[in-house]
Design a protein around this ligand. Structure first.
Ligand code: XUL
Ligand code: CO
Length: 443
Protein backbone atom coordinates (compact mmCIF):
# COMPACT_ATOMS: atom_id res chain seq x y z
CA UNK A 1 0.00 0.00 0.00
CA UNK A 2 1.32 3.50 -0.69
CA UNK A 3 1.94 5.55 2.43
CA UNK A 4 -1.26 6.35 4.34
CA UNK A 5 0.03 8.96 6.80
CA UNK A 6 1.56 11.21 4.17
CA UNK A 7 1.34 14.53 6.00
CA UNK A 8 3.82 13.67 8.76
CA UNK A 9 7.63 13.64 8.78
CA UNK A 10 9.33 10.22 8.69
CA UNK A 11 10.25 9.76 11.46
CA UNK A 12 8.83 12.31 13.86
CA UNK A 13 12.03 13.66 15.41
CA UNK A 14 13.18 15.27 18.62
CA UNK A 15 13.31 19.03 18.03
CA UNK A 16 13.60 20.24 21.62
CA UNK A 17 11.37 23.18 20.83
CA UNK A 18 7.76 23.64 19.75
CA UNK A 19 7.30 22.66 16.09
CA UNK A 20 4.93 24.92 14.13
CA UNK A 21 2.75 21.99 13.09
CA UNK A 22 3.20 20.11 16.39
CA UNK A 23 4.72 17.11 14.61
CA UNK A 24 8.00 16.91 16.56
CA UNK A 25 9.00 15.88 20.06
CA UNK A 26 9.80 18.68 22.48
CA UNK A 27 11.06 16.48 25.31
CA UNK A 28 11.24 12.87 24.10
CA UNK A 29 14.79 12.37 22.96
CA UNK A 30 15.38 8.60 22.62
CA UNK A 31 19.15 9.02 23.03
CA UNK A 32 19.10 11.23 26.13
CA UNK A 33 20.61 9.47 29.13
CA UNK A 34 18.34 9.47 32.17
CA UNK A 35 19.23 7.61 35.37
CA UNK A 36 22.04 5.92 33.45
CA UNK A 37 19.91 4.61 30.59
CA UNK A 38 18.70 5.82 27.17
CA UNK A 39 15.30 7.47 27.48
CA UNK A 40 13.86 5.12 24.85
CA UNK A 41 15.02 2.08 26.82
CA UNK A 42 13.55 3.42 30.05
CA UNK A 43 10.13 4.37 28.67
CA UNK A 44 9.65 1.40 26.29
CA UNK A 45 6.72 3.08 24.48
CA UNK A 46 4.18 0.93 22.67
CA UNK A 47 1.28 1.64 20.28
CA UNK A 48 -1.92 -0.39 20.50
CA UNK A 49 -3.41 -1.95 17.39
CA UNK A 50 -7.03 -1.97 18.57
CA UNK A 51 -8.06 1.63 19.32
CA UNK A 52 -5.63 3.09 16.80
CA UNK A 53 -6.38 0.92 13.78
CA UNK A 54 -9.28 -1.47 14.46
CA UNK A 55 -11.75 1.02 15.94
CA UNK A 56 -13.77 3.23 13.57
CA UNK A 57 -14.52 5.98 16.11
CA UNK A 58 -18.02 4.70 16.85
CA UNK A 59 -19.76 5.24 20.17
CA UNK A 60 -23.02 3.84 21.51
CA UNK A 61 -24.97 6.73 19.96
CA UNK A 62 -23.30 6.95 16.60
CA UNK A 63 -21.32 5.39 13.77
CA UNK A 64 -17.59 5.53 13.11
CA UNK A 65 -16.17 8.90 12.14
CA UNK A 66 -12.54 8.02 11.34
CA UNK A 67 -10.82 7.72 8.00
CA UNK A 68 -9.86 4.02 8.12
CA UNK A 69 -10.41 2.57 4.62
CA UNK A 70 -9.51 -0.97 5.73
CA UNK A 71 -12.62 -1.07 7.94
CA UNK A 72 -14.88 -0.86 4.85
CA UNK A 73 -17.07 -4.01 5.07
CA UNK A 74 -17.05 -4.22 1.24
CA UNK A 75 -13.34 -5.12 1.24
CA UNK A 76 -12.10 -8.69 1.17
CA UNK A 77 -11.36 -9.32 4.90
CA UNK A 78 -7.78 -10.57 4.39
CA UNK A 79 -6.96 -7.70 1.98
CA UNK A 80 -8.36 -5.34 4.61
CA UNK A 81 -6.23 -6.98 7.33
CA UNK A 82 -3.10 -6.51 5.20
CA UNK A 83 -3.95 -2.89 4.48
CA UNK A 84 -4.54 -2.26 8.19
CA UNK A 85 -1.22 -3.90 9.05
CA UNK A 86 0.66 -1.79 6.50
CA UNK A 87 -0.86 1.39 7.95
CA UNK A 88 -0.13 0.28 11.54
CA UNK A 89 3.55 -0.42 10.86
CA UNK A 90 3.88 2.78 8.84
CA UNK A 91 2.43 4.71 11.79
CA UNK A 92 4.58 3.08 14.46
CA UNK A 93 7.81 3.48 12.52
CA UNK A 94 7.04 7.12 11.64
CA UNK A 95 6.25 7.78 15.29
CA UNK A 96 9.72 6.39 16.03
CA UNK A 97 8.79 4.07 18.92
CA UNK A 98 9.90 0.52 19.48
CA UNK A 99 6.84 -1.52 20.47
CA UNK A 100 3.24 -2.43 19.68
CA UNK A 101 0.56 -4.73 21.13
CA UNK A 102 -2.43 -6.51 19.64
CA UNK A 103 -5.38 -8.83 20.35
CA UNK A 104 -5.93 -11.79 18.01
CA UNK A 105 -9.10 -10.22 16.57
CA UNK A 106 -7.41 -6.88 15.85
CA UNK A 107 -5.01 -8.35 13.38
CA UNK A 108 -7.01 -10.87 11.36
CA UNK A 109 -10.65 -11.59 10.50
CA UNK A 110 -12.65 -14.56 11.81
CA UNK A 111 -13.13 -17.52 9.43
CA UNK A 112 -16.18 -19.80 9.13
CA UNK A 113 -14.63 -22.28 11.57
CA UNK A 114 -12.20 -22.03 14.47
CA UNK A 115 -9.57 -23.72 12.29
CA UNK A 116 -10.04 -21.09 9.58
CA UNK A 117 -9.84 -18.27 12.13
CA UNK A 118 -6.58 -19.77 13.34
CA UNK A 119 -5.19 -20.03 9.81
CA UNK A 120 -6.04 -16.37 9.12
CA UNK A 121 -4.22 -15.29 12.27
CA UNK A 122 -1.19 -17.44 11.42
CA UNK A 123 -0.91 -15.73 8.03
CA UNK A 124 -1.13 -12.26 9.52
CA UNK A 125 1.27 -13.06 12.36
CA UNK A 126 3.88 -14.30 9.87
CA UNK A 127 3.41 -11.10 7.90
CA UNK A 128 3.72 -9.03 11.10
CA UNK A 129 6.98 -10.88 11.83
CA UNK A 130 8.38 -9.76 8.47
CA UNK A 131 7.37 -6.16 9.14
CA UNK A 132 8.96 -6.31 12.60
CA UNK A 133 12.22 -7.55 11.06
CA UNK A 134 12.16 -4.74 8.48
CA UNK A 135 11.41 -1.96 10.98
CA UNK A 136 13.02 -3.15 14.23
CA UNK A 137 9.65 -2.79 16.02
CA UNK A 138 9.10 -5.32 18.83
CA UNK A 139 6.00 -6.81 20.46
CA UNK A 140 5.44 -5.47 23.99
CA UNK A 141 2.57 -7.89 24.57
CA UNK A 142 0.08 -10.12 22.86
CA UNK A 143 -3.42 -10.85 24.13
CA UNK A 144 -6.65 -12.59 23.12
CA UNK A 145 -9.99 -10.81 22.95
CA UNK A 146 -12.25 -12.86 25.24
CA UNK A 147 -14.94 -10.21 25.67
CA UNK A 148 -16.38 -8.84 22.37
CA UNK A 149 -18.07 -11.89 20.87
CA UNK A 150 -21.59 -12.72 22.20
CA UNK A 151 -20.32 -16.15 23.36
CA UNK A 152 -18.41 -14.27 26.08
CA UNK A 153 -21.36 -12.24 27.39
CA UNK A 154 -21.27 -14.20 30.67
CA UNK A 155 -17.47 -14.27 30.87
CA UNK A 156 -14.72 -16.45 29.41
CA UNK A 157 -12.94 -18.50 32.12
CA UNK A 158 -15.74 -17.59 34.57
CA UNK A 159 -18.57 -18.58 32.21
CA UNK A 160 -21.19 -20.98 33.59
CA UNK A 161 -20.70 -23.03 30.38
CA UNK A 162 -17.45 -25.08 30.26
CA UNK A 163 -17.55 -25.01 26.44
CA UNK A 164 -16.99 -21.26 26.56
CA UNK A 165 -14.02 -21.86 28.88
CA UNK A 166 -12.73 -24.30 26.28
CA UNK A 167 -13.21 -21.84 23.42
CA UNK A 168 -11.26 -19.24 25.42
CA UNK A 169 -8.52 -21.83 26.03
CA UNK A 170 -8.22 -22.32 22.26
CA UNK A 171 -7.86 -18.57 21.67
CA UNK A 172 -5.33 -18.03 24.46
CA UNK A 173 -3.23 -21.03 23.49
CA UNK A 174 -3.08 -19.74 19.94
CA UNK A 175 -2.17 -16.19 20.99
CA UNK A 176 0.50 -17.47 23.38
CA UNK A 177 2.01 -19.37 20.44
CA UNK A 178 1.81 -16.21 18.29
CA UNK A 179 3.32 -14.03 21.03
CA UNK A 180 6.21 -16.45 21.42
CA UNK A 181 6.74 -16.59 17.66
CA UNK A 182 6.97 -12.77 17.55
CA UNK A 183 9.30 -12.78 20.55
CA UNK A 184 6.82 -10.80 22.67
CA UNK A 185 8.04 -9.44 26.00
CA UNK A 186 4.77 -10.17 27.85
CA UNK A 187 1.35 -11.76 27.52
CA UNK A 188 -1.65 -9.87 28.97
CA UNK A 189 -4.92 -11.25 30.34
CA UNK A 190 -7.44 -8.50 30.84
CA UNK A 191 -10.51 -10.11 32.42
CA UNK A 192 -12.88 -8.23 30.14
CA UNK A 193 -16.07 -9.94 31.33
CA UNK A 194 -14.66 -11.97 34.21
CA UNK A 195 -17.11 -10.56 36.73
CA UNK A 196 -20.86 -10.41 37.23
CA UNK A 197 -23.88 -8.31 36.34
CA UNK A 198 -26.01 -9.57 39.24
CA UNK A 199 -25.42 -11.88 42.18
CA UNK A 200 -28.95 -13.25 41.68
CA UNK A 201 -27.59 -15.72 39.13
CA UNK A 202 -23.91 -15.86 40.11
CA UNK A 203 -21.74 -18.20 42.17
CA UNK A 204 -18.75 -16.03 42.96
CA UNK A 205 -16.69 -18.75 44.65
CA UNK A 206 -17.22 -21.16 41.75
CA UNK A 207 -16.23 -18.49 39.22
CA UNK A 208 -13.04 -17.67 41.15
CA UNK A 209 -12.05 -21.35 41.09
CA UNK A 210 -12.65 -21.46 37.33
CA UNK A 211 -10.55 -18.33 36.77
CA UNK A 212 -7.70 -19.70 38.87
CA UNK A 213 -7.83 -23.01 36.95
CA UNK A 214 -7.64 -21.12 33.66
CA UNK A 215 -4.72 -19.02 34.83
CA UNK A 216 -2.90 -22.10 36.08
CA UNK A 217 -3.37 -23.80 32.71
CA UNK A 218 -2.07 -20.70 30.92
CA UNK A 219 1.06 -20.63 33.11
CA UNK A 220 1.64 -24.37 32.56
CA UNK A 221 1.29 -23.94 28.82
CA UNK A 222 3.64 -20.96 28.82
CA UNK A 223 6.35 -23.12 30.39
CA UNK A 224 5.63 -26.09 28.13
CA UNK A 225 6.38 -24.02 25.00
CA UNK A 226 9.37 -22.25 26.55
CA UNK A 227 7.84 -18.76 26.35
CA UNK A 228 9.96 -16.60 28.63
CA UNK A 229 7.86 -13.40 28.57
CA UNK A 230 5.91 -12.29 31.67
CA UNK A 231 2.24 -13.18 32.18
CA UNK A 232 0.24 -10.11 33.20
CA UNK A 233 -3.18 -9.44 34.68
CA UNK A 234 -4.68 -6.01 33.94
CA UNK A 235 -6.86 -4.93 36.90
CA UNK A 236 -10.11 -3.05 36.28
CA UNK A 237 -12.95 -2.51 38.77
CA UNK A 238 -15.99 -2.47 36.50
CA UNK A 239 -17.02 -1.93 32.88
CA UNK A 240 -18.10 -3.86 30.95
CA UNK A 241 -19.48 -5.90 33.86
CA UNK A 242 -20.95 -4.25 36.95
CA UNK A 243 -18.26 -5.82 39.11
CA UNK A 244 -15.02 -7.33 37.81
CA UNK A 245 -12.99 -9.84 39.77
CA UNK A 246 -9.64 -8.17 38.94
CA UNK A 247 -10.82 -5.01 40.74
CA UNK A 248 -7.45 -3.40 41.55
CA UNK A 249 -3.86 -4.42 42.28
CA UNK A 250 -4.56 -5.44 45.88
CA UNK A 251 -7.50 -7.63 44.83
CA UNK A 252 -5.44 -9.27 42.09
CA UNK A 253 -2.54 -9.78 44.50
CA UNK A 254 -4.81 -11.47 47.05
CA UNK A 255 -6.23 -13.72 44.32
CA UNK A 256 -2.76 -14.69 43.10
CA UNK A 257 -1.62 -15.51 46.64
CA UNK A 258 -4.77 -17.50 47.38
CA UNK A 259 -4.34 -19.71 44.32
CA UNK A 260 -0.55 -19.98 44.53
CA UNK A 261 -0.04 -18.01 41.32
CA UNK A 262 1.98 -15.06 42.63
CA UNK A 263 5.18 -16.40 41.08
CA UNK A 264 3.57 -16.72 37.68
CA UNK A 265 1.75 -13.41 37.18
CA UNK A 266 2.45 -9.72 37.54
CA UNK A 267 0.27 -6.71 36.71
CA UNK A 268 -0.26 -4.38 33.81
CA UNK A 269 -1.63 -1.24 35.48
CA UNK A 270 -3.83 1.06 33.42
CA UNK A 271 -4.02 4.68 34.61
CA UNK A 272 -7.72 4.93 33.79
CA UNK A 273 -8.50 1.65 35.56
CA UNK A 274 -6.60 2.83 38.66
CA UNK A 275 -8.66 5.99 38.95
CA UNK A 276 -11.92 4.12 38.24
CA UNK A 277 -11.14 1.86 41.20
CA UNK A 278 -10.97 4.92 43.47
CA UNK A 279 -7.17 4.98 43.73
CA UNK A 280 -4.56 7.24 42.26
CA UNK A 281 -2.31 5.78 39.57
CA UNK A 282 0.64 6.40 41.90
CA UNK A 283 -1.04 4.27 44.58
CA UNK A 284 -1.55 1.32 42.24
CA UNK A 285 2.06 1.47 41.01
CA UNK A 286 3.46 1.77 44.54
CA UNK A 287 1.30 -1.13 45.78
CA UNK A 288 2.43 -3.38 42.93
CA UNK A 289 6.10 -2.52 43.39
CA UNK A 290 5.98 -3.05 47.16
CA UNK A 291 4.38 -6.45 46.65
CA UNK A 292 6.63 -7.65 43.84
CA UNK A 293 3.97 -7.78 41.12
CA UNK A 294 4.70 -4.64 39.09
CA UNK A 295 5.52 -5.08 35.43
CA UNK A 296 3.86 -2.82 32.83
CA UNK A 297 1.56 0.19 32.33
CA UNK A 298 -1.29 1.19 30.03
CA UNK A 299 -0.70 4.95 29.98
CA UNK A 300 -4.21 6.10 29.06
CA UNK A 301 -6.04 8.30 31.55
CA UNK A 302 -9.67 9.01 32.36
CA UNK A 303 -11.60 12.26 32.60
CA UNK A 304 -12.09 13.24 36.26
CA UNK A 305 -15.71 14.20 35.53
CA UNK A 306 -16.65 10.88 33.93
CA UNK A 307 -17.05 7.57 35.71
CA UNK A 308 -16.07 5.44 32.74
CA UNK A 309 -13.08 4.42 30.69
CA UNK A 310 -12.39 7.32 28.33
CA UNK A 311 -8.90 6.04 27.38
CA UNK A 312 -7.45 9.50 26.75
CA UNK A 313 -3.85 10.30 25.97
CA UNK A 314 -1.74 11.14 29.02
CA UNK A 315 -1.26 14.91 29.23
CA UNK A 316 -0.67 15.67 32.89
CA UNK A 317 2.94 15.79 34.07
CA UNK A 318 1.57 16.36 37.58
CA UNK A 319 -0.31 13.05 37.53
CA UNK A 320 2.41 11.04 35.83
CA UNK A 321 5.56 12.31 37.58
CA UNK A 322 4.91 10.71 40.96
CA UNK A 323 3.99 7.35 39.44
CA UNK A 324 7.04 7.43 37.18
CA UNK A 325 9.05 8.33 40.30
CA UNK A 326 7.84 5.12 41.97
CA UNK A 327 8.70 3.11 38.85
CA UNK A 328 12.19 4.58 38.66
CA UNK A 329 12.74 4.14 42.40
CA UNK A 330 11.68 0.50 42.00
CA UNK A 331 14.40 -0.04 39.36
CA UNK A 332 12.38 0.76 36.20
CA UNK A 333 10.73 -1.59 33.73
CA UNK A 334 12.09 -5.05 33.05
CA UNK A 335 9.86 -6.69 30.41
CA UNK A 336 7.12 -4.02 30.72
CA UNK A 337 6.74 -0.58 29.20
CA UNK A 338 4.29 2.24 28.59
CA UNK A 339 1.56 0.98 26.26
CA UNK A 340 -0.68 3.61 24.67
CA UNK A 341 -4.08 1.90 25.10
CA UNK A 342 -5.41 5.29 24.03
CA UNK A 343 -8.37 6.44 21.98
CA UNK A 344 -8.72 9.57 19.91
CA UNK A 345 -11.81 11.65 20.58
CA UNK A 346 -14.52 10.93 18.03
CA UNK A 347 -14.16 14.33 16.36
CA UNK A 348 -10.41 13.94 15.78
CA UNK A 349 -10.79 12.85 12.19
CA UNK A 350 -7.58 14.05 10.55
CA UNK A 351 -4.96 11.38 9.91
CA UNK A 352 -2.40 13.53 11.73
CA UNK A 353 -4.53 13.51 14.92
CA UNK A 354 -3.30 10.02 15.78
CA UNK A 355 0.24 11.47 15.74
CA UNK A 356 -0.68 14.51 17.82
CA UNK A 357 -2.21 12.31 20.54
CA UNK A 358 0.82 10.05 20.73
CA UNK A 359 3.44 12.82 20.47
CA UNK A 360 1.85 14.81 23.31
CA UNK A 361 1.48 11.70 25.46
CA UNK A 362 5.07 10.58 24.88
CA UNK A 363 6.39 14.08 25.66
CA UNK A 364 4.32 14.04 28.88
CA UNK A 365 5.94 10.75 29.91
CA UNK A 366 9.41 11.98 28.94
CA UNK A 367 9.02 15.11 31.05
CA UNK A 368 7.62 13.08 33.95
CA UNK A 369 10.70 10.89 33.71
CA UNK A 370 12.98 13.92 34.02
CA UNK A 371 11.01 15.12 37.06
CA UNK A 372 11.26 11.64 38.59
CA UNK A 373 15.01 11.54 37.98
CA UNK A 374 15.44 14.90 39.70
CA UNK A 375 13.33 13.84 42.71
CA UNK A 376 15.39 10.69 42.98
CA UNK A 377 18.80 12.39 42.53
CA UNK A 378 18.00 15.08 45.06
CA UNK A 379 16.48 12.57 47.48
CA UNK A 380 13.61 15.06 47.77
CA UNK A 381 11.16 12.46 49.08
CA UNK A 382 13.57 9.71 50.11
CA UNK A 383 15.44 11.77 52.71
CA UNK A 384 12.14 12.71 54.38
CA UNK A 385 10.90 9.11 54.25
CA UNK A 386 14.24 7.87 55.69
CA UNK A 387 13.95 10.29 58.63
CA UNK A 388 10.30 9.49 59.17
CA UNK A 389 10.92 5.74 59.55
CA UNK A 390 14.36 6.00 61.19
CA UNK A 391 13.01 4.57 64.46
CA UNK A 392 12.41 1.22 62.76
CA UNK A 393 15.94 0.91 61.39
CA UNK A 394 17.65 0.14 64.71
CA UNK A 395 17.06 -0.36 68.42
CA UNK A 396 13.62 -1.23 69.69
CA UNK A 397 11.90 -0.68 66.31
CA UNK A 398 14.22 -3.15 64.57
CA UNK A 399 13.75 -5.68 67.39
CA UNK A 400 9.94 -5.45 67.07
CA UNK A 401 10.11 -6.07 63.32
CA UNK A 402 12.49 -8.99 63.84
CA UNK A 403 9.86 -10.63 66.08
CA UNK A 404 12.03 -10.35 69.19
CA UNK A 405 9.45 -8.60 71.40
CA UNK A 406 6.01 -9.73 72.58
CA UNK A 407 2.95 -7.58 73.07
CA UNK A 408 3.34 -8.01 76.85
CA UNK A 409 7.05 -6.96 76.72
CA UNK A 410 6.12 -3.77 74.96
CA UNK A 411 3.21 -3.04 77.27
CA UNK A 412 5.27 -3.57 80.43
CA UNK A 413 8.09 -1.42 79.12
CA UNK A 414 5.70 1.35 78.04
CA UNK A 415 4.35 1.56 81.59
CA UNK A 416 7.79 1.29 83.23
CA UNK A 417 9.19 4.12 81.08
CA UNK A 418 6.01 6.20 81.24
CA UNK A 419 6.12 6.34 77.42
CA UNK A 420 4.98 9.61 75.81
CA UNK A 421 5.64 9.61 72.03
CA UNK A 422 6.12 13.08 70.49
CA UNK A 423 4.12 13.78 67.31
CA UNK A 424 6.16 15.06 64.35
CA UNK A 425 4.95 16.91 61.26
CA UNK A 426 4.09 14.90 58.14
CA UNK A 427 5.17 18.01 56.19
CA UNK A 428 2.74 17.29 53.36
CA UNK A 429 2.48 20.88 52.13
CA UNK A 430 6.24 21.31 52.18
CA UNK A 431 6.68 18.12 50.14
CA UNK A 432 3.96 19.13 47.68
CA UNK A 433 5.85 22.38 47.12
CA UNK A 434 9.11 20.49 46.60
CA UNK A 435 7.49 18.26 43.98
CA UNK A 436 6.05 21.31 42.23
CA UNK A 437 9.47 22.95 42.20
CA UNK A 438 10.89 19.89 40.46
CA UNK A 439 8.05 19.99 37.92
CA UNK A 440 8.52 23.70 37.22
CA UNK A 441 12.30 23.78 37.11
CA UNK A 442 13.20 20.72 35.12
CA UNK A 443 15.06 21.48 31.86
C1 XUL B 1 -9.95 -2.39 28.42
C2 XUL B 1 -8.50 -2.49 28.25
C3 XUL B 1 -8.03 -3.48 27.24
C4 XUL B 1 -6.80 -4.22 27.63
C5 XUL B 1 -6.41 -5.31 26.66
O1 XUL B 1 -10.36 -1.47 29.37
O2 XUL B 1 -7.74 -1.78 28.86
O3 XUL B 1 -7.83 -2.79 26.05
O4 XUL B 1 -5.71 -3.36 27.76
O5 XUL B 1 -7.39 -6.24 26.45
CO1 CO C 1 -5.66 -1.52 28.88
Amino acid sequence: MPDFFTSVPDPVAYAGQPAGDGLAYQVYDPERIVAGKRMEDLLRIGVCYWHSFAWPGADIFGAGTFDRPWLDPAMDPMDAARMKQDAAFEFISKLGVKFFSFHDVDMSPPGDTLAETKANLDQMVDRAGEKMDETGIGLLWGTANLFSHPRYAAGAATNPDPEVFQYAAAQVRHMLDATKKLDGSNYVLWGGREGYETLLNTRMGQEADQLARFMTMVAEYKHSIGFTGTLLIEPKPQEPTKHQYDYDCATVHGFLERYDLANEYKVNIEVNHATLSGHSFQHEVAYAIDNGIFCSVDANRGDPQNGWDTDQFPNSVDEMSLAVYEILRGGGFTTGGFMFDTKLRRQSIDRADLFHGHIGGIDTLARSLLVAESLLDNKTLESVRDDRYAGWASGSGADILAGERTLADLADEAVANDLEPTPVSGAQEHLENEVNKAIWNIG
